[in-house]
Design a protein around this ligand. Structure first.
Ligand code: S3P
Length: 426
């Protein structure tokens, strides 16, 4: 589907966003493991989270929906039922990788599949540590989906240093470790989002520049009530639009302010962005609050490699901020972008070339400079929600507007994107 956009001249209003996608996946999984009813308020309405819900239902977990909240009827320790069919994670890497951790310790066989994008993404990164724990996982050629998981003979805890900075890999190991008497730990040299640790209340320790997180059966969850703060990654599209539009002001309510997610806000503030942040509270260790964003003049700054894992999902929209900012936008140390929902380095570079910008592509990033010379060719989403939304914002900033091909992919993280964009713009 091709979506057209006119130039937006002014942004005003208030947004309350659906719950953070990463937190929503984890709260669903944790509630399904706990015994009894858990109550989830403001769960993400994304397609990705729907994939986690349908996988859990296939595992025998009853889920009730009402207007106020979603209720998960957890079946307690090893309470999943063997699924009749394979579990389809669709486009959702978080569903596939985190479930692999949990299914590795179950006493039944299961298979995880996904759509064509997910089926081309690397799974060896979870297979390797889980196999060290004793899991039996067979993958397709090259360590890709489908994954066939068989019951393990003996499971043991591990102390594992992450070779790639990945919250999904860390969480898969922690979810498996949650089922073992002995302590499992994961060490990361570069921090990644810490929602699994927060929501399970795990202990963590700094070892020099490294962080080690510990888990065992003692941390097994109980049923409870959750409030899921608004999705900061979805908020970023509207934040960048507001900063780059004259005479604009946007208020965003109850959004996640988890410190492993707000590096994107800090970067925009370093670029000159007028963003006021007010912390209001926390739910199950997840901090949230309000943002007030005002039009700003931006300048590009150096993006340190160490923060890349903490801004990985926001890079497409940060690039849009970068091309309207003073100076050259340069990103290095971000090779992980090549194995996201699309090869995001290629997707961004190909789209930016359509604007007549000077683009240099590197293995692990790109640089962009020059002035926009608009073309009428539509931008391509490459079936990737974050590329679709980033280039929708870009076209809304161009004098002649523009078009985005494959726009429907936005529902992977935010089905309300267009409605929300219209509600704040004139
Ligand atoms: C996620 C972790 C990140 C991120 C993804 C969501 C999560 O992936 O890109 O959108 O919820 O754990 P990696 O952990 O593979 O970097």
């Amino acid at each position: 589907m091709i979506q057209s956009f006119n130039k937006i001249y002014k942004v005003t209003g208030t947004l309350s966003l659906s719950g953070d996608k990463s937190i929503s996946h984890r709260e669903l999984l944790i509630s399904s493991l706990a015994e009894g009813k858990s109550y989830l308020k403001n769960l993400s309405n994304s397609d990705d989270v729907k994939s986690t819900i349908s996988c859990l239902q296939a595992l025998g977990i009853e889920i009730e929906f009402n207007e106020k909240e979603l209720i998960v009827n957890g079946r307690g320790y090893k309470g999943y039922r063997q699924p009749l069919n394979s579990l389809n994670a669709e486009n959702s890497g978080t569903t596939a990788r985190l479930l692999t951790g949990i299914l590795s310790v179950q006493k039944f066989e299961s298979t995880i599949t996904g759509d064509s994008s997910l089926s081309s993404r690397p799974m060896k990164r979870v297979i390797e540590p889980l196999t060290k724990m004793g899991a039996k996982i067979k993958a397709n050629k090259g360590g890709k989906l489908p994954l066939h998981i068989s019951p393990a003979e003996i499971l043991k805890s591990i102390r594992y240093q992450l070779p790639v900075a990945s919250a999904q890999v860390k969480s898969a190991i922690l979810f498996a470790g949650l089922h073992l008497e002995e302590q499992t730990s994961v060490i990361e040299s570069t921090p990644t989002r810490n929602h699994t640790e927060n929501l399970l209340g795990l202990s963590t320790q700094r070892v020099g520049t490294k962080i080690e997180s510990f888990v065992s059966k003692n941390d097994y969850p109980e049923a409870k009530a959750y409030f899921i703060p608004g999705d900061i990654s979805s908020a970023m599209f509207f934040i960048v639009l507001t900063l780059l539009t004259k005479n604009s002001e946007l208020f965003i309510k109850d959004v996640s302010l988890n410190q492993t997610r707000t590096e994107c806000l800090k970067l925009l503030k370093r670029m000159g962005g007028n963003i006021q942040i007010e912390e209001k509270g926390s739910s199950n260790n997840e901090v949230y609050g309000d943002l007030l964003v005002k039009s700003s003049e931006l300048s590009n700054v150096r993006i340190e490699k160490e923060i890349i894992p903490l801004i990985i999902d926001e890079i497409p929209i940060l690039t849009i901020a970068g091309i309207f900012a003073e100076g050259i936008f340069e990103l290095r140390g971000a090779a992980e972008l090549r194995v996201k929902e699309s090869d995001r380095i290629k997707a961004i570079c190909l789209n930016l070339l359509k604007l007549g910008l000077d683009v240099v592509e590197f293995d692990d990033g790109f640089s962009v400079s020059g002035k926009i010379k608009q073309d009428s060719e539509p931008f391509k989403s490459f079936g990737d929600h974050r590329i679709a939304m980033a280039f929708s914002i870009l076209t809304s900033l161009l004098i002649d507007g523009g078009k985005v091909e494959g726009f429907e992919s936005v529902s992977v993280s935010n089905p309300d994107f267009l409605k929300q964009l219209k509600s704040i713009s004139s």
